[in-house]
Design a protein around this ligand. Structure first.
Ligand code: LLP
Length: 421
């Protein structure tokens, strides 16, 4: 049984605990599937960034797409974070959770004019613009409102983040950002637009990045570009370096955020630009290993070719294995001492793709509880109601204290906006 680094999971008296709380008692009291997050794990992940960027003009913008629960947002906001959003819905959530509008960054390739208007109305800190067409649209919307929109251009530095193709974003053929070769022209255009204020530059090269090299290459390319843009008389006071730092799912060894930033800041300092404002947009590395999904074993179905362990969590709760063939550690809450067998751990959804873990060594019986680890990021926020399954309940553990941060969904609330004809 391997406990992922940074999770605050620990075994006491043969029981898996999160911080000081035995997880089996939570599963019995609140039912399953159940997401449980550790506040200490969240704050400890955040502190690595805070340490790495201390003494700088810097802000950590939590990429809330990773997990947008209000209490998760509130925890990061109260710890000093701004928020990175990608939709009007995320804007509303961030404001509701208490984020100052000026600490919000709006990313994304397809912002609608309605979303732009709302973000301008509340006064967000920066739009990360991803195309020439979007520059024109934002300039027009801001003009209609008699405002100027603060912008960075998201530049695609064309580096390979060496991650899963679905979550690599910094390559030439990705839909994201403005091509490196077009960046100077785009800045010249933006600079002339009457309703835009160019305040910075942005990049984001992918997600679950586990090596420093792609980041270091991207930083070199971005800084060269800043020099070239400034040579045209357009100043770039703010550098947003995106998110993407990986976590330990399966023995992965990403660099620690503070270590990585020592190296990245050295590059900025080498140009004499240590006073620039720096932003980062981490999601997964702040919340991914702070969460587990608790589930109950329903049935065991041994077979001639495969043994299936059927649990009550599914691809609608934990979409990452079916979408990206992702690995999540699966840990028994009360490990048994018997013989381990090889199981495919699967959900009840009517799809062969509904698996959570393949070929796992487990000693389990129906009624046992398991924890799917590293489930804080991109699980609940990507959960669906497929098969009319209710979305799970969520708890936040803080030492011995347990807070309910989302009730279990009810079936009737799933259809409340539908109408019979
Ligand atoms: N900034 C931008 C512009 C982004 O597109 C993303 C993530 C982030 C920041 C945060 O990246 P992070 O630090 O979390 O890696 N659903 C996928 C991950 C998709 C990431 C999308 N963009 C998964 O489950 O692996």
């Amino acid at each position: 049984m391997r406990i992922p680094i940074g999770s605050q999971l620990n075994v006491k008296d043969s029981n898996l605990h999160l911080e000081g709380v035995p997880l089996r008692s939570l599963a019995l009291e609140h039912g399953t599937p159940l997401f449980v997050y550790s506040k200490a794990a969240m704050l400890s992940a955040l502190s690595a960034y805070q340490k790495g960027l201390s003494g700088r003009h810097a802000r950590i913008h939590y990429a809330m797409k990773a997990n947008s629960n209000l209490a998760i947002l509130q925890t990061f906001i109260q710890a000093g974070c701004g928020v990175d959003i990608v939709s009007g819905g995320e804007l509303a959530r961030a404001l509701h959770a208490g984020c100052a509008p000026g600490h919000i960054i709006f990313s994304g390739v397809g912002k609608t004019r309605t979303e732009m208007r709302e973000a301008l109305r509340v006064g967000i800190g920066c739009f990360n613009v991803e195309s020439m067409a979007e520059l024109h649209a934002l300039n027009a919307v801001a003009g209609e409102m008699g405002l100027r929109a603060p912008i960075s251009l998201r530049v695609n530095p064309d580096v390979d983040a060496k991650t899963h193709p679905y979550i690599s974003t910094g390559l030439k053929d990705n839909k994201f950002g403005i091509a490196h070769g077009d960046a100077i022209g785009a800045y010249e255009l933006a600079h002339q637009m009457p309703h835009l204020d160019v305040i910075g530059i942005d990049c984001h090269i992918g997600s679950q990045i586990t090596q420093p090299a792609p980041y270091l290459d991207a930083m070199d390319k971005m800084l060269d570009l800043v020099a070239a843009i400034e040579a045209k008389g357009i100043s770039i006071p703010h550098i947003d370096f995106g998110g993407g730092l990986g976590i330990d799912y399966n023995g992965d060894t990403p660099p620690a955020a503070d270590q990585l930033w020592v190296e990245l800041l050295a590059k900025i300092d080498a140009r004499g630009w240590g006073n620039r404002h720096i932003s980062v947009e981490p999601g997964r590395s702040l919340i991914g290993n702070a969460g587990v999904c608790l589930t109950e074993v329903q049935y065991l179905k041994p077979g001639a070719h495969k043994n299936f362990c059927i649990i009550d969590a599914a691809m609608n709760d934990l979409p990452r294995p079916s979408l990206y063939q992702a690995y999540h550690e699966i840990l028994p809450l009360q490990p048994r001492s018997g013989l381990q067998q090889t199981w495919d751990v699967v959900g009840p959804v009517c799809e062969s793709g509904d698996w959570i873990g393949k070929d796992r060594q487990l000693c389990v019986e129906p009624g046992d509880h398991l924890a799917v680890a590293s489930a804080g990021a991109y699980c609940m926020s990507m959960a669906s109601n497929y098969n009319t399954r209710n979305r799970a309940k969520e708890l936040l553990v803080d030492g011995q204290q347990v807070h309910v941060i989302r009730e279990r969904e009810h079936t009737a609330s799933q259809w409340q906006d539908e109408r019979l004809i």
